[in-house]
Design a protein around this ligand. Structure first.
Ligand code: AHM
Ligand code: MG
Length: 352
């Protein structure tokens, strides 16, 4: 006899999870649903990007100097509108906006959450049909009531209430966590619903893929160069050499690492002492997801989620993925620091 599994939609899943918390007010669920809804509209535009005159640049640069594509602006507006209308968050910070946007309507200004967004990450890939994504985080506000403040956004990543991404790839997926594991939903375009397809995602302890922009090799610190050489060298027990995979689209590279295992790195380099990726908009949410799936996320020395941000658009070096692989790169960095501290200490090089 043929059995059919019950399809669980994103909205049903959010509703079921909310029922586990007897005092839940429904605001967080509402925000997740708003994000899921906006994602479907952005997905529609991403899919027809080659057909309509939405490709190309606006000629404006975003706050970190990258050229802004029209689709980035569309996604930014879409997510903001959807969140504003619902009245369930009191403010939004976006990678596409220099400063945060307080939502001061009667409904929203006393709401207890703020949202951070990278509305369309990987924009350099838009014109060549490579996977791109939306990344989001939700925090409980720190101020008590009234218009939100900068401090509501400058919270450690460990204070995220929820984080997730939407991956517009060969299929469209929403992957998110509320601090109780990671679940993935695939958009079924025929019914227009995200359906639970990857319940309780766990990242493998180790993997066989490293992911880095190796074009920057000569600009990396020696410890990173040594770790990359380690990834490339032969060793039967660890399955090296590892394969190099780098899409250059954070959501796609992290999604692959999450499902297959591996390490994703965007280290500091000459000329970019904090790397390229933004702590609030990219590193925090991805680190929360990776940790919730059993992996590790580090800036090379510290747990990323423990970093106290001081600016909205602050950047941070990042190493995330399978725990054993992230620990290995940390070991290379630690040893290099110890060696340089020892050589800087007078008399330390003298042996008895
Ligand atoms: P963006 O936010 O301007 O789209 O840039 C972020 C993207 C990430 O998706 C990706 O990991 C990284 O930039 C790739 O950078 P690079 O081209 O330097 O390797
Ligand atoms: Mg980005």
């Amino acid at each position: 006899m043929k059995t059919t599994k019950k399809v669980i939609t994103l909205d049903e899943f959010i509703y079921e999870r909310e029922r586990d918390f007897p005092f839940a007010t429904g605001e967080l669920s509402g925000l997740l649903r708003d994000i899921g809804f906006a994602a479907k509209i952005v997905n529609r535009e991403v899919n027809k990007a080659g057909l309509v005159d939405i490709l190309g640049t606006t000629g404006i640069s975003n706050t970190t100097g990258d050229e802004v594509k029209k689709l980035d602006l569309f996604a930014n507006e879409q997510f903001i509108t959807s969140l504003q209308v619902s009245g369930e968050c009191c403010g939004i910070a976006s990678e596409e906006m220099e400063t945060f946007l307080p939502i001061n309507t009667e409904d929203a200004k006393n709401a207890k959450y703020v949202v951070t967004l990278d509305p369309l990450d990987g924009s350099s890939n838009i014109d060549v049909n490579v996977g791109i994504g939306t990344i989001f985080s939700i925090y409980r506000r720190q101020s008590f009531f009234g218009p939100c403040t900068l401090e509501d956004f400058l919270q450690k990543g460990s204070r995220q209430v929820a984080a997730g991404y939407i991956f517009y790839g060969s299929s469209t997926m929403m992957v998110y966590t509320t601090g109780n594991g990671v679940n993935g939903f695939t958009l079924d375009p025929s019914i227009g619903e995200f359906c639970l397809s990857h319940p309780n995602i766990k990242i493998p302890e180790t993997g066989k893929i490293y992911s880095v922009n190796q074009g920057n090799f000569l600009k990396f610190d020696q410890a990173i160069k040594d770790y990359i050489t380690y990834c490339q060298s032969e060793d039967k027990t660890t399955g090296r050499p590892y394969s190099l995979r780098y899409i250059g689209s954070l959501v796609a590279d992290v999604h692959r690492s999450l499902l297959y295992g591996g390490i994703f790195m965007y280290p500091a380099s000459k000329g970019a002492p904090q790397g390229k990726l933004r702590l609030l908009f990219e590193c925090f949410p991805m680190s929360f997801i990776i940790e919730q799936a059993g992996g590790k996320a580090s800036d090379g020395q510290r747990r990323i989620l423990d970093i106290q941000p001081t600016e909205l658009h602050q950047k941070c070096p990042v190493f995330l993925g399978s725990t054993q692989m992230v620990e290995k790169v940390e070991e290379f960095i630690r040893q290099a620091r110890e060696a340089s501290a020892a050589s800087a200490t007078p008399g330390s090089a003298v042996t008895a």
